[in-house]
Design a protein around this ligand. Structure first.
Ligand code: GDP
Ligand code: MG
Length: 166
């Protein structure tokens, strides 16, 4: 099994922390799948069962100028080409305008989208369910996975779930 995964989310939600935790110091082994020229491979997670290729999605933010517009188009194209999307949110801050901007960009996308609720180490367990319900009303998610990228909680489960969908 192998596939492309894009991690999106507004700044500071913990995307890089998650990627670092998953990839660590392991040197990426390139897949034989055709690679897009526009997107950079951020890292490759390899097990006996699967190869998950993380690619970046530049421009999935509010465009401030014409180049921003162009980048947003590329980002949307990318989101249609990957096999799975991880939409990372920050449990500590909850919903914000940056999230809504991304949710709008995710409308009509056919690929599986996981809601990854990061920084669960910062909230009370009771706060989790209302947060999930809130986001689920906005868009359909194939899986909802609470994690702490910093502490590594539930990251193994996340990777297992990703593998299931590839
Ligand atoms: P990015 O902008 O989405 O790539 O976010 P970063 O990975 O750079 O993380 C932003 C900040 O959030 C950093 O200070 C991280 O240490 C912190 N952070 C990331 N994940 C967690 C987490 O699970 N728990 C807590 N408490 N902090 C986190
Ligand atoms: Mg980052």
């Amino acid at each position: 099994k192998s596939g492309f995964v894009s991690i999106i989310g507004r700044p500071n939600v913990g995307k890089s922390t998650l990627l670092n935790h998953v990839i660590g110091q392991k040197i990426a082994i390139m897949s034989d799948k055709p690679q897009t020229t526009r997107n950079k491979i951020q890292g490759v997670y390899t097990t006996d069962q699967a190869q998950v290729i993380f690619i970046d999605t530049p421009g999935i933010h509010k465009p401030k100028h014409r180049l921003g517009d162009f980048m947003t188009k590329i980002a949307q194209q990318t989101l249609r080409e990957v096999d799975l999307i991880l939409f990372v949110i920050n449990a500590e801050e909850g919903y914000g305008r940056g999230d809504q901007f991304i949710i709008d960009k995710l409308q009509g996308i056919k690929q599986p989208i996981f809601l990854v609720i990061n920084k669960i180490d910062t909230i009370h367990p009771d706060e989790l369910l209302p947060l999930i319900e809130f986001y689920r009303k906005k868009i359909e998610f194939q899986e909802v996975i609470p994690i702490s990228a910093l502490q590594g909680n539930n990251v193994t489960t996340l990777m297992e779930q990703i593998t299931e969908y590839l």
